[in-house]
Ligand binder design. Structure first.
Ligand SMILES: Cc1ncc(COP(=O)(O)O)c(C=O)c1O
Length: 383
């Protein structure tokens, strides 16, 4: 069956046919040679993608939320204090996880559409002692991209013993993240966004320091999510703890192979170029961009409507023209749509999307001259 709609929600993202082909391969034993090769391959590829030599990836059946839980539970002692930096919706989920497990935290919140600045982080960690700092690289509700490298510099200067946990669910594989170079302790992510695989896997990459911290904790409030139960499997897939998502992992290995085949620098540059072309195209059609200019994420856009265009009917009509985008989350519900431009999205897909956007506006009574947005975006995409 051919999937006819172009999926431009901010994850899951369109899945390349080479990955889908692998997904349809037979299910093999989780202890087979094939699984050993492919899980090892996925682990090694993830190390390259987040630029670590001796960090340890964990790839488990689950979603980004499980990856968040794994990160928090495995580096936080009962007496530890967490600082959660929030630029929107998904750090609120970190707060809920911390509450669910009775972790002690303080929340430093930026206005929606902006980010907590490195200076605000500095003054907070100078005032209070924290053991773990948690941030979201890209908030998928607001489209804002946090200055993670600057955060890590500030933590190194002001509180070098504190661990830095980065939620990379909407960033890893689409935006630079350098675990060793920047001194990040855990990057958590999921298969279905910038890495371009289907949903179903939670991924956490622990630095040696974070792994050592887990080993020092006598107990964590987790069983399946306890990384020490998974460490033997990640080091040697012939070991068993709990049945891994065999077919997903095979497809994920192919997805990571495609990321590295494109090349990280090229891939990050492509995300920047596509984002900037898409935003110019959107502005040329009288849409506005919700997120502050200083912290625009290359992986999605949060888009305000031209005068007179209503959210529900717009997204419904766009869907009829073959393109699916997401509505606003939380504070922005009903006021914006969210369009992902991450992973393995192609130029042709973007042009198709702009054609559909123009037709939608026209059908809803907007003033559009067909082809203008498409031309704007086409000329910028090939630069
Ligand atoms: C930044 C961020 N963190 C966490 C999550 C949660 O991931 P999942 O929906 O896979 O559980 C999302 C989902 O969109 C996200 O964008």
């Amino acid at each position: 069956m051919k999937e006819s709609k172009l999926l431009l929600i901010p994850g899951p993202t369109p899945v390349d046919s080479r990955i889908l082909e692998v997904l349809s391969k037979p299910t093999v034993s989780h202890l087979s040679r094939e699984m050993e090769r492919e899980l090892n391959g996925a682990v090694e590829n993830m190390k390259k993608i987040v630029r670590t030599k001796d960090g340890q990836p964990f790839i488990l059946a689950g979603s980004g939320t499980l990856a968040m839980e794994i990160a928090l539970l495995n580096v936080t002692a009962e007496s530890d204090r967490l600082l959660i930096l929030s630029q929107g919706y998904f750090s609120q989920r970190m707060v809920e996880i911390a509450d669910a497990f009775d972790l002690k935290y303080r929340l430093l919140q930026s206005p929606w559409g902006k980010v907590v600045s490195a200076d605000e982080l500095r003054s907070e960690i100078k005032k209070h002692k924290y053991d773990v700092v948690v941030c979201t690289h890209v908030d998928t509700a607001t489209g804002s991209c946090a200055p993670v490298e600057r955060y890590s510099e500030v933590i190194k200067q002001e509180a070098p013993e504190a661990l830095l946990v980065v939620d990379g669910v909407c960033a890893t594989g689409g935006i630079e993240e350098n675990l060793d170079g920047w001194g990040i302790d855990v990057i958590l992510t999921a298969a279905q966004k910038c890495l371009g695989a289907p949903p179903g896997l939670a991924i956490d990459i622990f630095s040696r320091r974070a792994l050592d911290k887990r080993k020092q904790l006598s107990k964590v409030k987790a069983y399946y999510a306890d990384i020490l139960r998974w460490l033997p499997v990640m080091e040697n897939p012939k070991k068993y703890f709990s049945t891994p998502a065999v077919n997903e992992i095979r497809a994920f290995y192919e997805a990571t192979r495609l990321v590295l085949e494109e090349g990280l620098e090229k891939r990050f540059e492509r995300h920047e170029r596509y984002a900037s072309a898409i935003r110019s195209g959107l502005r040329s059609l009288d849409f506005s961009i919700y997120t502050d200019e200083t912290c625009l994420a290359p992986t999605l856009s949060v888009v305000g409507y031209p005068e007179g265009i209503e959210d529900q009917s717009f997204r419904q009509k766009l869907d009829e023209f073959g393109v699916v985008v997401a509505g606003g989350l939380g504070l922005t519900a009903g006021q914006v749509f969210r369009m992902g431009h991450m992973g393995n999205m192609t130029r042709e897909e973007i042009i198709f999307a702009f054609d559909a956007l123009e037709k939608t506006l026209l059908a809803l009574g907007g003033e559009v001259s067909l082809g203008d947005g498409v031309e704007t975006v086409r000329s910028l995409l090939i630069k």
